[in-house]
Design a protein around this ligand. Structure first.
Ligand code: NAD
Length: 508
């Protein structure tokens, strides 16, 4: 085991060097970086203090004042260069994501591809920050909207998307004329250092960007709180658990700061009688077992129509039994490790509760790779008699609760009867069912799919969810508007001063 560990540690150091992270940044300090792949410590990093946080935010605020005056297409040029750096570093950064978050190779690379995609999107956006021209009721007047940079954008991110979430926010925030201060998860510090180094390369090539345009704040939740409470931070985009959002949301509201909250999910799928079962099986397998169940969009609940239940669920059970679980760095396994012991314990706790509620479990056991501190688990499929707790809560692990349904109205009701509202899917070839699922009386989630699983969103659409998922939107569509302030301008080019709504106020 020690040789595996030192291999990972050596490889990590080699990758970090190639990505431009100096070893002094991760060779001593009070924060430990672990790899879930072997469970071993691979680096130590110095944490920032509250004083550092205040200084970093002050410096970001100064950078914002300069950056906001740079024309948006020129700001886009920085993101174009950053996209180039990411393309060149894709293999290394993807591998580092696998080392630090335990993702299988294609998912580690896929996460970096998401960063590249959002850069491409943001470059185009830099020439499309459109405002409306609006008809005015007054002669000789013009009314329009203009969009202005907002300020310092604070980004708080979770361990499971250690690089993409920051990139979604940062590419948009920078193009929109803001500066960024990032508080990454304390479980993904090395990928944060790597992202910072890659952006620094792009900044160097760009030439004349203000200093401190983008910074990283390293530490635990206290550093997140420093962002949340600092009046110079205009917007905090916080990704993580609903527990975190419950703390962060009210604190931001108290000082009237903007927030984009991207919180927990409890995503469900519905398999209808007409479903293409082969397609549904593949989509559900990836949605529920992929990323070892550690995506916010992981499928956690499944409703299968009673007429096909006995045909479909055994096929799914077979997929659960045969799925390969293993070291994502040295094997082609489809499921890697859970992030840590706490996560494995939470999984076991939920399975115990489900069993006590009448759940019938396939899988869920620890997979022994001879690595004492690494936590690999067989994904669990649990047939539940009813949607009771723990089905109604998010356990951030690969557990899929399967339930039988008979009536479409009833299944829609059950689908929506949980706190979270992130992602959802229906598998059907029946147009009425598909359209009803997408309609006002259908799925109440921010993402609703037909014949596609719950996970694996593209960056072109706005990403986020309703209810306890927090209501935030980031990434594509018009999510950029959340990173800017809107001004409505009315210009009088007449020689009179007519008041709106016919009000008269004539002074002599
Ligand atoms: P977490 O809530 O434990 O931590 C997320 C981040 O918040 C970390 O950087 C942490 O340091 C910080 N934080 C925690 N408490 C804070 C506080 N009081 N003030 C300020 N910052 C605080 O989440 P995690 O375990 O890293 O990630 C898993 C969770 O994230 C799951 O619930 C998952 O569904 C969710 N998630 C949501 C999305 C989304 O887009 N909706 C994406 C990824 C993950």
């Amino acid at each position: 085991m020690s040789s595996v560990t030192s291999d990972v540690k050596t490889e990590t150091a080699e990758i970090l060097t190639r990505l431009g992270v100096h070893s002094s940044l991760y060779s001593s300090g009070n924060l430990n970086a672990y790899t879930p792949v072997t469970g071993e410590k691979i680096a130590t990093i110095p944490a920032h203090t509250a004083d550092h946080a205040a200084q970093i935010i002050d410096a970001a605020h100064i950078a914002f004042k300069e950056w906001r005056m740079v024309p948006a297409p020129r700001r886009g040029e920085l993101i174009r260069l950053f996209g180039e750096e990411l393309r060149a570093a894709k293999d290394d950064l993807g591998r580092l994501v696998s080392i630090e978050a335990g993702k299988i190779t294609s998912e580690g690379l896929g996460e970096v591809q998401e960063m590249i995609d959002i850069c491409d999107f943001a470059v185009g956006l830099s020439r499309q920050l459109y405002g409306l021209t609006i008809a005015t009721e007054r002669a000789g007047h013009r009314m329009m909207e203009t969009w202005h940079p907002l300020g310092v954008v604070g980004v708080i991110s979770a361990f499971n998307f250690p690089v993409a979430v920051w990139a979604w926010n940062t590419a948009l925030a920078l193009v929109c004329g803001n500066s960024v201060v990032w508080k990454p998860s304390e479980k993904s510090l090395l990928t944060a250092l790597a992202c910072d180094a890659l952006l620094a390369r792009a900044l160097k090539r760009f030439g004349d960007a203000p200093k401190n345009l983008s910074s990283v704040l390293l530490g635990d939740r206290v550093m997140g709180e420093a962002l949340v409470d600092n009046a110079k931070v205009a917007l905090v985009s916080a990704t993580g658990s609903t527990r975190m959002g419950r703390e962060v949301g009210p604190r931001l509201a108290k000082r009237f700061a903007r927030s984009i909250l991207e919180l927990g999910g409890n995503n469900a799928g519905i398999v209808c009688p007409s479903a293409d079962q082969d397609m549904a099986l593949r989509a559900i397998a990836f949605g529920a077992m992929g990323t070892a169940g550690q995506r916010c969009t992981t499928m956690r609940r499944l409703f299968v129509h009673e007429s096909i239940y006995d045909q479909f669920v055994p096929r799914l059970q077979k997929a659960y039994q045969s799925v390969s679980v293993g070291n994502p760095l040295t094997s082609s396994a489809l499921v890697g490790p859970l992030i840590d012991k706490q996560s494995f314990d939470a999984m076991q706790e939920s399975l115990k509760k489900a069993e006590a509620q009448g759940g019938k479990i396939t899988g869920g056991n620890r997979v022994d790779l001879g690595l004492e501190n690494a936590y690999y688990a067989k994904p669990a499929l649990v047939e539940m008699p009813k949607q009771t707790s723990p089905v109604t809560e998010e356990t951030f692990a690969p557990i899929l609760y399967v339930m039988k349904y008979s009536d479409f109205d009833d299944v829609l009701e059950k689908h929506n009867a949980v706190g979270a509202g992130l992602s959802s899917s229906i598998f059907t070839l029946n147009l009425q069912e598909a359209e009803r699922f997408l309609s006002a009386e259908g799925s109440d989630c921010g993402i609703a799919n037909v014949n596609i699983g719950t996970s694996g969103a593209e960056i072109g659409g706005a990403f986020g969810g309703e209810k306890e998922t927090g209501g935030g939107r980031e990434s594509g569509s018009d999510a950029w508007k959340g990173y800017m302030r809107r001004a409505t301008n009315t210009i009088n080019y007449s020689k009179a001063l007519p008041l709106a709504q016919g009000v008269s106020f004539d002074i002599e």
